[in-house]
Design a binder for this molecule. Sequence first.
Ligand SMILES: Nc1ncnc2c1ncn2[C@@H]1O[C@H](COP(=O)(O)OP(=O)(O)O)[C@@H](O)[C@H]1O
Ligand SMILES: Nc1nc2c(ncn2[C@H]2C[C@H](O)[C@@H](COP(=O)(O)O)O2)c(=O)[nH]1
Length: 215
Amino acid sequence: MSVIVLAGTIGAGKSSLTALLANHLGSQAFYESVEENEVLPLFYQDPEQYAFLLQIYFLNKRFANIKKAMQEDNNVLDRSIYEDSLLFHLNADLGRANDIEVSVYDELLHNMMEELPYAAYKKHPDLLVHIKVSFATMLERIEKRGRPYEQLEFDPTLYNYYKELNRRYDSWFENYHHSPKIQIDGDQLNFVENPQAAYQVLAMVDKKLAEIREG
Ligand SMILES: Nc1ncnc2c1ncn2[C@@H]1O[C@H](COP(=O)(O)OP(=O)(O)O)[C@@H](O)[C@H]1O
Ligand SMILES: Nc1nc2c(ncn2[C@H]2C[C@H](O)[C@@H](COP(=O)(O)O)O2)c(=O)[nH]1
C-alpha cells in the first residue's frame, strides 16, 4: 500500500499537483479542508484567538484523511501532517499559542500517529513530494488563487508571516527523513498550464516510485 504526500508552502501548487498525480496514477486525491473550514477565516481575522483551535481542526481532518488514504494503493494527500506542526510552531513562536497549548498539541499529534490503524508496519508516507517556490512566487500564487483572507490587502502583516514560513520550509525539507523524498522546482515548472512541464514532473515522480519499489 503506497501513499504519496505533497508538501510545500501556501500557494506552492500542492492541490494542483495532487489532482494531476492522482489522475495520472488512477488513485484518489485527498485535499486539505479549506472551503468548508469555518475556523480558517476566523484564524486570519484573529490569529491569537484561533491558532490553537485551527490546529486541532486541521489535526482532526488530516488524521481522518490519512486513515482513508491508507486503505488503497497510490492515494495522494495534499500536505503532510508534519507541515501542520511546522505551521503551528511558527505561530507559537509569534506568540499566538502558549507553552501549554504547544505541549498539548505535540503530545496529541504523537499519540494520534501511534494509533494509525496500519501503524504496526507503516507510520509514514511512502514518498514525500516537496514543491519548492521562491517567496516572490508564493506571493504571486496566493494572489492568483484569491482567497480573500490570505491577501496582503486583508492584513499587511501576512507579508512577514509568509516570508518566515517560506524560509522555514527549506530547513524543514532538509531535515525531513520520515520517508523517501523529492523536490520539484515550482518556480520553473508550470505544471498547471504547460503540459510538457506536467509530463516532466510526473516522470520524476514515476522514476522515484519505481526506485522505491525496487528497494
Ligand atoms: N507550477 C505552477 N505554475 C503556475 N501556476 C501554478 C503552479 N502551481 C500552482 N499554480 C497556481 O497557483 C495557485 C495556488 O495553487 P494551489 O495548487 O492551490 O497551491 P497550494 O495547494 O499549495 O496552496 C493556483 O491558482 C494555481 O493554479
Ligand atoms: N495555522 C495553520 N494554518 C494552516 C495549517 N494547515 C493549513 N493551513 C492554512 C494555510 C492556508 O491558508 C490554508 C490552506 O493551505 P494551502 O497551503 O493548501 O493553501 O490553510 C496549519 O496546520 N496551521
